[in-house]
Design a protein around this ligand. Structure first.
Ligand SMILES: NC(=O)C1=CN([C@@H]2O[C@H](COP(=O)(O)OP(=O)(O)OC[C@H]3O[C@@H](n4cnc5c(N)ncnc54)[C@H](O)[C@@H]3O)[C@@H](O)[C@H]2O)C=CC1
Ligand SMILES: O=C(O)C1=N[C@H](C(=O)O)C[C@H](O)C1
Length: 220
C-alpha cells in the first residue's frame, strides 16, 4: 500500500485526487491538508509515503520543502511556482508535471514534432475564471519545448479566463499558404487522474531526485 497525503485537499483538484486515491486498490489516503479543513501539511504527511500537491503558487514550494525534508516523496501539480530551489531538499524525490492529462502531453509532443517544420507559432490557453496563474503551466512548458525544437513562439502567450471553461489550449503553427492547429480540451478534472495515480506509483523510484513532465513516465 502506498500511503498518500493530499495538500490542497479541499480544492477543485484536491477533492478529485482524494476520490481517485480512495478508489485505488494499492493506495491509502492518510492525510488531507487544507486551511479550509483546518489541517496543516505537517499533520497530513505524518504517516505518508507520498504527498500530492494541488494548492497555489504562493505556498506550493514551501509545502514541497516540508515534505521532502521529512523524507516524503512529492507529486507536484501546482503551476505558477518554481521548484528548482527546493528540489534538493531532504532525501526524497520530487516529480513535477504542469499537466497530468495524456491528451495534453500528446499535444505538447505533437507541437515539438511540428516546430522544426513550421517554425512560426502562437499559443492560446483558455481556463476557468478562478485560475490564479497566467500564462498556464502547460502553455509555458509548451513554449519551452517548441523553442528547444527550433520553433519561434510569439509573445505574448494569449490567456483567456472565462466561466464555463475548464482547461484548453491551442498551439497554432503558420507557414507558407497553410496553418496547423493542435488543440486539447479538458472537459472534466477526471482527465488528470490516471496521470496523477501513475506519478504516485512511480515517484519513489525516479532515475533522478527531480523529474519534470509526465512524458518522462509515459515514454521513458
Ligand atoms: N498539473 C496539472 O495537471 C494541473 C494543475 N493544476 C494546478 O493545480 C493548482 C490548484 O488548482 P485548483 O484545484 O483549481 O485550485 P483551488 O483553488 O480549487 O484549490 C487550491 C486549494 O489549496 C488550498 N490551500 C491554500 N493554501 C494551502 C496550504 N498552505 N496548504 C494546503 N492547502 C492550501 C486552498 O484552500 C484550496 O482549497 C493550480 O496551480 C492549478 O494551476 C490544476 C489542474 C491540473
Ligand atoms: O488551473 C488549471 O485548471 C490547470 N492548470 C494547469 C496549467 O496551468 O497548465 C493544467 C491544466 O491546464 C489545468
Amino acid at each position: 500500500m502506498i500511503r498518500v497525503a493530499v495538500s490542497g485537499a479541499a480544492g477543485r483538484m484536491g477533492e478529485t485526487v482524494c476520490r481517485a486515491v480512495d478508489a485505488a486498490e494499492d493506495m491509502e489516503l492518510v492525510g488531507r491538508a487544507d486551511p479550509r479543513l483546518g489541517t496543516s501539511v505537517e499533520e497530513a504527511i505524518a504517516n505518508a509515503d507520498v504527498m500530492v500537491d494541488f494548492t497555489t503558487p504562493a505556498v506550493a514550494a514551501d509545502n514541497a520543502r516540508t515534505a521532502l525534508e521529512r523524507g516524503v516523496h512529492v507529486v507536484m501539480g501546482t503551476t505558477g511556482a518554481d521548484f528548482e530551489s527546493v528540489a534538493r531538499s531532504g532525501g526524497a524525490n520530487l516529480f513535477v508535471a504542469p499537466n497530468f492529462a495524456i491528451g495534453a502531453v500528446l499535444m505538447m509532443e505533437f507541437a515539438r514534432l511540428a516546430a522544426p517544420h513550421m517554425r512560426e507559432c502562437e499559443i492560446v490557453e483558455l481556463h476557468h475564471e478562478a485560475k490564479l496563474d497566467a500564462p498556464s503551466g502547460t502553455a509555458k512548458r509548451t513554449a519551452e519545448l517548441v523553442r528547444a525544437a527550433g520553433g519561434n513562439v510569439h509573445e505574448p502567450i494569449h490567456s483567456v479566463r472565462l466561466p464555463g471553461l475548464v482547461a484548453h489550449q491551442e498551439v497554432i503553427f503558420g507557414g507558407l499558404g497553410q496553418t496547423l492547429s493542435i488543440r486539447h480540451d479538458t472537459t472534466s478534472r477526471e482527465a488528470f487522474m490516471p496521470g496523477v495515480l501513475l506519478a504516485i506509483r512511480r515517484v519513489g523510484e525516479l532515475p533522478e531526485r527531480y523529474v519534470v513532465g509526465l512524458e518522462r513516465l509515459l515514454f521513458g
